[in-house]
Each structure stands twice: as C-alpha cells, then as structure tokens.
Design a protein around this ligand. Structure first.
Ligand SMILES: Nc1nc2c(ncn2[C@@H]2O[C@H](COP(=O)(O)OP(=O)(O)OP(=O)(O)O)[C@@H](O)[C@H]2O)c(=O)[nH]1
Length: 380
C-alpha cells in the first residue's frame, strides 16, 4: 500500500514538472523571450548584416531566398561619394594651379600634395614637369580650363589603355572541353582578401556567371566560414577542408575540380598569404598555382592591397609580385583614405592594372575600376 502511494506521488510530481516546463516555454514565446543561445562558431563569423537578420528571424523562418547582387555597371557611380577624401588631392592641386604665375613654393606645394597622396616619386616628377609646361603654354587661370587640363593629365597618369577586365570566361582545354576560368587571390592577411573574394563572387553572380569558391586560407578557419556564409547568400558553392591547417593546394585543387565537374564559369580561390618570408610565400603560392593548373589554367592572379597602408603596403606588394606572377590588383579600403594616389604608384611599380576597388564593407561595395570616374571623383 505504501509502495502504491509512493508511486502515485512520483507520477504526480513528474506531471507537475512537465506542466511547469510547458507553461514557462509558452510564456517565453508570448513575451518574445530570449532566442536560443547561438552556436558561438557561427556567431563569430557572420557579418553584421547577417547577424542582424538572424537575430530578428522568426524561429521557423522559410528557406532564405537568394540575394540578387547589385548590377556592376552602376556601382562606381553609387560609391563615388566614398572617394571624397581622395578628392582632397584634386581640390588642392586645382586651387594651387588656379593662382597663376606659380612660384617655386607653389610648385613645392603641388609636389607635397602628390607625395602625401602616395602617387610616388617617379609619377609625381613626371606630372610636375608636364604641368609646368602646360600651365606656361595655356596662359590662363580660368577654372574650367585648368580643371580640364588637370583632368587630362591625371587620366594619362592613371592610364586608359590597360585591359582591366577580369579573365572570367571559360577556356577550352587541351581535351577540347571547356574549363572554368580560374582566379587565384593573394595578398597579406588583413588587407580584405577574404571579403574581396566574396564580393568578387557577387560581381560575377550579378553577371549571371556560375561560380565556385575555394577556401584555401586554411590558416584561419573563420575565413572558410566567412566565405561559406557569403556564398550561401547568393547560392555559390564553397569548397573547403574540414581540417584547420589542411594543405591549401589540395583545397585549391578540389575547388577547380569541382568547378570543372559542375560546369562552372569561374573558380575563385582565396589564400592565406601569411608573409613569413619570400621563399615560403613563393613555395606556397607556386604549389597552389601548379596544382590548380592540373585541372585548368590559372588565368588570373589578383593581388589584394589595402590602400591605407602606403609605403608598407607597396613593399608587401613587391614581395608578392616576386613570389607569383600578378595579373591584376584589387585596391581595398579606398573609401575613407586620402591616399588614392596609390592607384598610380602600385600600377607603375608592378606593371599591372588596378582592376577593382573596394569602397566599403557592404557586400556590393566592390566596383570595377574605371579611370575616368576615379579622376572625376578626385576633381569633384
Ligand atoms: N572600409 C572598408 N573595409 C574593408 C574593405 N574591404 C575589406 N574591408 C574590411 O577589412 C577587414 C579585413 O577583411 P578580411 O577579408 O577578413 O581580410 P583578409 O585579408 O582576408 O584577412 P585574413 O583572412 O586574416 O587573411 C574586414 O573588417 C572587412 O570588412 C573596403 O573596401 N573598405
């Protein structure tokens, strides 16, 4: 009998606990109580946009629809205002040139302005020589004439003849089969390499290309997570290794193979770019490139360079250029720096064109570099 009462009591207690838990959960839901604790790994790598969206998403959100990235043609226009600080260079030059009958101290002011904007010594001297000649010949300080002359000379300095298109068209292999265009992205860590790879993927998706990403920055696991998150937003597959510190060349190989198998147009491969020493970098990038080429020729090696790092950045760029044949430059963080002159310096130093510029942290804040629009922004 005592046993039966004890059993009955136990059942009642269990029932009461179950009812209590149910009621608390219901109340929480009604009050919009705290969401479940996010997976710390996930939380760390999401970008602020995704984080904000996740925080407000209902518990049983429908499968996310894919984002449509902003068309590429209008980007530089939209982002022009972000070059405002670079514009101070053009403004400063215009104001000195408009004085007329320039003294040596005026010319020194022009020289300082150009050097401070990171145009570099060689191009600064060339521009000064041309400006001296042209201001004499012109014989006017009429603002529109001075502006037109400066626009012409800055444009000549930046260059209008280079092919700045990304090699993103599939190529025909020896076997007669189309192979994806492959792009290797290199650069020092922290320059914005991983975000640039993700943004480039969006540029290509906006142009209706099928893209595969290779997360060969196996040094930092979060980089692969970052690419995964960005890729998922636009339906781009990301090939990565489950093992931190895996061989980057093997990930790059897998990515290109996957690109071939799925008939992708372009495979973009992110790398770690830890600048241990030149030999180490040469070995690592050389191996990645060699291994990728077994699947498809590497058509493009983009160097990502942080525009705010000045001479230090230029030195790093040179080390990379010695380690691997660079075919184009992506200049990041050009928003918020007055050092836009680095466009000129880096092209001159490496002999390859700037193909894209990063003008912010937003997913579509990467634009093809258009010299005319850049110079216009400098002068506005
Ligand atoms: N303002 C601004 N920030 C940028 C731009 N491009 C990248 N960033 C920021 O730069 C920071 C570093 O970017 P990452 O892509 O992680 O740099 P990374 O070179 O891949 O670094 P590792 O993965 O460590 O090699 C991030 O906070 C980016 O949002 C840009 O054009 N403008």
């Amino acid at each position: 009998m005592t046993e039966q009462i004890a059993l009955l009591l136990a059942v009642v207690v269990v029932l009461l606990i179950a009812v209590g838990i149910g009621a608390t959960a219901l109340l929480r839901r009604r009050r919009g109580g705290p969401p479940p604790t996010p997976d710390p790994d996930q939380a760390e790598v999401l970008d602020p946009d995704v984080e904000a969206a996740a925080a407000t998403a209902p518990a049983a959100a429908p499968a996310p629809t894919l984002e449509r990235p902003e068309p590429v043609a209008t980007r530089m226009q939209r982002l022009r205002a972000r070059l405002a600080r670079s514009g101070s260079v053009g403004q400063a030059l215009l104001s000195v040139l408009s004085r007329g009958d320039l003294s040596e101290s005026d010319w020194e002011e022009i020289e300082d302005t150009l050097l401070l904007a990171d145009v570099g010594v060689g191009p600064t001297t060339e521009l000064m020589d041309t400006l001296r000649t042209r201001t004499k010949v012109m014989g006017t300080t009429e603002p529109e004439a001075v502006r037109a002359m400066l626009r012409e000379e800055l444009l000549a300095l930046v260059g209008t003849t280079a092919d700045r298109r990304l090699a993103a068209t599939p190529v025909l292999g020896d076997d007669g089969e189309p192979h994806p265009a492959t792009v290797l992205v290199v650069g020092v860590n922290g320059t914005g390499k991983t975000t640039t790879v993700a943004k480039l993927a969006r540029v290509l998706v906006a142009e209706d290309k099928d893209v595969v990403l290779g997360a060969a920055d196996t040094f930092r696991a979060a980089a692969a997570d970052q690419l995964g998150t960005w890729g998922a937003r636009v339906g781009v597959e990301v090939v990565r290794s489950d093992r931190e510190g895996a061989d980057p060349a093997s990930v790059a190989f897998d990515a290109v193979r996957q690109g071939r198998e799925s008939g992708a147009d372009v495979v973009l491969v992110d790398t770690a770019g830890r600048l241990q020493n030149k030999q180490g970098l040469m070995d690592e990038l050389g191996k990645i490139k060699r291994v990728m080429s077994r699947q498809a020729p590497v058509g493009e090696v983009l160097l990502v360079l942080d525009a705010t790092t000045g001479q230090n950045g230029m030195r790093q760029a040179q080390v990379f250029a010695e380690a691997v044949d660079i075919t184009g430059i992506v200049l990041t963080k050009l928003d918020g720096t007055a050092k836009g002159g680095i466009v000129v310096a880096v092209q001159r130093e490496l002999g390859v064109p700037v193909k894209f510029v990063g003008l912010g942290e937003g997913p579509d804040d990467l634009a093809p570099f258009v010299p005319e629009e850049f110079v216009e922004a400098l002068l506005s």
